[in-house]
Design a protein around this ligand. Structure first.
Ligand SMILES: [Mg+2]
Length: 391
């Protein structure tokens, strides 16, 4: 693995073909894990795309010299502004699109694969239903998107799966007929039909890690103190996880921010750190993620061991990969990654941005409406034939 990281630094000079892999960096002292994307040569027996490799803290220090640098590299890799400043070569994008074609282009194939099965929809929120914005409190979804999701939920069981606190994501979506899995699925509630736009009152289906709530609250407050001198940091207490948004932090301050977060986390061996798009997330070290949430929801819907279910998961984030992976492993349905640039992913298809997600969802609704209409017409014709035979 060490040679993989070293080679990545020489990639441009040597012209070696590289592939990106996620590396989990384990800090043995503090117990903090951090997932960092690194490049490895394709000639090397590389792990499956998107899989994680664990390397020791000692090895990492030998490779990088400075651990904070690797944190900052990881922060850069997750930064959309960096994607903009270094657009991928069109050849890269073309070959990636061959492996992960547009879900819009493949719509007919997707529909035919779902034939005879119940489609169940799972939607991430930020970057999937709403655009990524500087202020996470302003990540509103459009009325058109809300209307689309409302129609979607009329025809398919639909769940929102987000890293955000469930109440927070509900305040953005405001559709009572959906399932909500907040805090990366650690906090799940079912729909409360008939009480649209009414906050609360829904049955809690599942709350993993409930005993961690006071600890998350404490770490949130400590982080507030530790990062108050860094301009642009936005903290969020998501009940089951604390988020440190650095979308508005000057890149020169990223090292300092990483240092502060690391020093706070050292005191909490039962918490771990993951990274999404311009956000650090501090979560309990329990085995629970969006993939587990997807499985839990399928079970709740009565599809635990069914072969006639077709789950579709749409998301843009690294944390969505756990759900994409579950679908691959179950060999059921498929994942759609929302991305304009090539990324290592377990998703089968891609969509470029939330506006394309909306078009895809509308086409699904349109197709289902048409199918139901046809079924209704056929049923009526059969009834008419039966009636004429009786007479
Ligand atoms: Mg997202």
């Amino acid at each position: 693995m060490g040679s993989g990281i070293t080679l990545s630094l020489l990639e441009q000079n040597l012209g070696v073909t590289m592939t990106q892999q996620n590396v989990v960096v384990s800090d043995l002292k503090s117990g903090i894990n951090l997932t960092i994307p690194v490049k490895v040569p394709v000639s090397k027996p590389a792990p499956a795309p998107g899989s994680c490799i664990t390397i020791s803290r000692k090895t990492l220090l030998e490779i990088n010299g400075n651990k904070i640098n690797s944190w900052v590299d990881s922060m850069r890799a997750s930064s959309p502004t960096h994607h903009k400043s270094t657009p991928p070569l069109s050849d890269d994008l073309t070959s990636w699109m061959v492996q992960h074609p547009s879900a819009l282009d493949m719509f007919e194939q997707i529909i035919s694969a779902s034939k005879g099965k119940q489609i169940v929809m799972f939607l991430d929120y930020d970057g999937t239903l709403s655009p990524i914005v500087e202020d996470p409190d302003q990540a509103f979804m459009s009325d058109a998107m809300r209307a689309t999701v409302r129609k979607l939920a009329r025809y398919f069981p639909t769940a929102i799966v987000s890293g955000r606190c469930r109440d927070k994501v509900y305040s953005f979506v405001r559709l009572a007929e959906l399932y909500y899995a907040g805090s990366h699925g650690m906090d799940i509630k079912g729909p409360s039909k008939g009480s649209k736009y009414k906050k609360g009152g829904q049955a809690v289906l599942f709350q993993a890690a409930i005993e961690f709530i006071p600890m998350i609250d404490e770490v949130y407050k400590t982080l507030q103190d530790a990062t108050k001198s860094i301009k642009g940091v936005r903290l969020e207490n998501n009940k089951f996880c604390a988020s440190v948004h650095f979308r508005s932090v000057d890149e020169k301050k990223w090292g300092e921010l990483a240092q502060q977060v690391r020093s706070v986390l050292k005191e909490y061996p039962k918490l771990r750190l993951t990274q999404g798009r311009k956000v650090f997330e501090i979560r309990p070290t329990i085995k629970w993620d969006k993939g587990k949430a997807l499985e839990f929801l399928l079970e709740s819907l009565g599809y635990a061991n069914c072969t006639d279910v077709f789950p579709v998961y749409i998301g843009d984030d690294r944390t969505d990969e756990d759900a994409f992976k579950v679908l691959r492993e179950r060999d059921q349905g498929f994942g759609i990654l929302v991305s304009k640039i090539p990324k290592d992913t377990h998703a089968s298809y891609s969509l470029q941005e939330p506006s394309e997600v909306m078009v895809f969802l509308r086409r699904l609704v349109g197709w289902k409406k048409l199918t139901l209409k046809r079924q209704f017409r056929i049923r009526r014709q059969i009834e008419e034939i039966k009636a004429s035979l009786r007479n």
